[in-house]
Design a protein. Structure first.
Length: 301
C-alpha cells in the first residue's frame, strides 16, 4: 500500500512591488516640504553667514561689495576688536557680560523655583489673586515701568552699577519662568510630598531634596533662555550704565560706530563674531537639555 504524497503549492509569482525590493513610493509632498524647509533655513542663516564672512573682509569691501566670500581675507578687524576701544580692554567687556549673564541665571533659577514651589504646593490666603497678578505682569510693556524703576534706582545711587540689571532676577520678577516651573511642579505626584511630610520633612527639605532634583528640565530651560537673553540685552544696559568700563558686549559694539566720524565696521563685525561664539557654544552644549525641558514643561497640562 502506497502513501500518496502531497506536493507543495507553487509559490505565487512576485508582484511588481515585491520585485522591486523594499523601495518606498516617491512622496512628492515630502520632497516639497523638506525642500521648502531647506530654503527657509538658508534664508535665516544668511545674515549669520554674512557677519562671519564680512568680519574677514577689508573695511572698504564690507559695504561696497555684495559678494558673500571676501576677495582678500584679512584679520585686521579681529585684531582691532581684541585691542579694545575707548581705553577699555576687550576682556573687560566680556567679563561684564559674563557677570551680568551668570548673575541673572543664578538669580532666576533660585528665585523663580522658590516662587513656583510656593504657588504650586503651598496653600495660603490670596494665592490665586497673587498668581493671577503675577501672570498679568507678562502683559505689561517693559517701557511702562522704565521711568519709575530708573527714578527709584537713581535716588538709591545705583545708576552705573550692575544692581539694576541683577536685582530683579533675585526677586522672581520674570513671571514667564515662574509660570513654567509652576506648570511643571503641578504635574509631579503629590504622594512624594505626603510621604516626606509623614517622615517629618518640612517644606524646605521637600523642596531641596524632592522637588528641585525633579525640576531639572525646567531649571535648565530657564538657565539657557536667561543666559542668552541677558548676554544679548542691549536696552537695559544702555539705560542704567554710563561708564565704558562697565559696558557689556552689546554696548561695546556701539562704540565702533561713530555718526560724526568714520566707523570701523571691520572691528565691529569682528567683535560681533567674538560675542556670538559663547552663545553658540552654550546653546550647542545644552541643546538636548533645552529640548527635553521644553517638551516636559510645555506639553503637560
Amino acid at each position: 500500500m502506497t502513501t500518496p504524497t502531497i506536493s507543495p503549492a507553487p509559490a505565487p509569482a512576485p508582484t511588481s512591488a515585491s520585485a522591486g525590493g523594499n523601495r518606498r513610493p516617491f512622496d512628492r509632498g515630502a520632497v516639497l516640504w523638506h525642500g521648502g524647509a531647506v530654503v527657509l533655513l538658508l534664508a535665516l542663516l544668511y545674515p549669520v553667514v554674512w557677519v562671519f564672512t564680512s568680519a574677514v573682509k577689508p573695511p572698504e569691501e564690507i559695504l561696497s561689495s555684495f559678494d558673500l566670500l571676501p576677495a582678500d581675507a584679512t584679520w585686521d578687524g579681529f585684531r582691532t576688536a581684541l585691542d579694545g576701544i575707548a581705553e577699555v580692554p576687550t576682556w573687560r567687556f566680556f567679563s561684564n557680560s559674563l557677570i551680568i549673564s551668570v548673575g541673572s541665571v543664578i538669580g532666576n533659577v533660585l528665585s523663580c523655583s522658590i516662587a513656583a514651589y510656593a504657588f504650586a504646593r503651598l496653600r495660603f490666603r490670596g494665592r490665586g489673586v497673587m498668581f493671577t497678578a503675577m501672570i498679568g505682569t507678562i502683559l505689561l510693556p517693559h517701557h511702562l515701568l522704565l521711568i519709575p524703576q530708573y527714578t527709584m534706582f537713581q535716588q538709591a545711587g545705583l545708576i552705573d552699577t550692575f544692581v539694576p540689571l541683577l536685582l530683579g532676577k533675585f526677586l522672581a520678577t520674570d513671571a514667564f519662568f515662574v509660570f513654567l516651573m509652576v506648570q511643571f511642579i503641578r504635574n509631579l505626584p503629590q504622594s512624594l510630598d505626603e510621604a516626606a511630610l509623614i517622615d517629618g520633612c518640612g517644606h524646605f527639605r521637600i523642596f531641596r531634596h524632592i522637588v528641585l532634583p525633579l525640576l531639572r528640565p525646567a531649571l535648565v530651560t530657564t538657565a539657557i533662555f536667561t543666559f542668552i537673553w541677558s548676554w544679548n540685552d542691549f536696552f537695559a544696559p544702555l539705560i542704567y550704565l554710563q561708564s565704558p568700563e562697565n559696558y557689556p558686549l552689546p554696548l561695546a559694539l556701539r562704540l565702533f560706530v561713530d555718526s560724526s566720524s568714520s566707523s570701523d565696521y571691520g572691528a565691529m563685525l569682528g567683535m560681533t563674531v567674538l560675542s556670538l561664539l559663547p552663545v553658540i557654544a552654550f546653546f550647542a552644549a545644552f541643546q538636548r537639555l533645552l529640548i527635553e525641558g521644553a517638551a516636559t514643561s510645555g506639553l503637560k497640562g
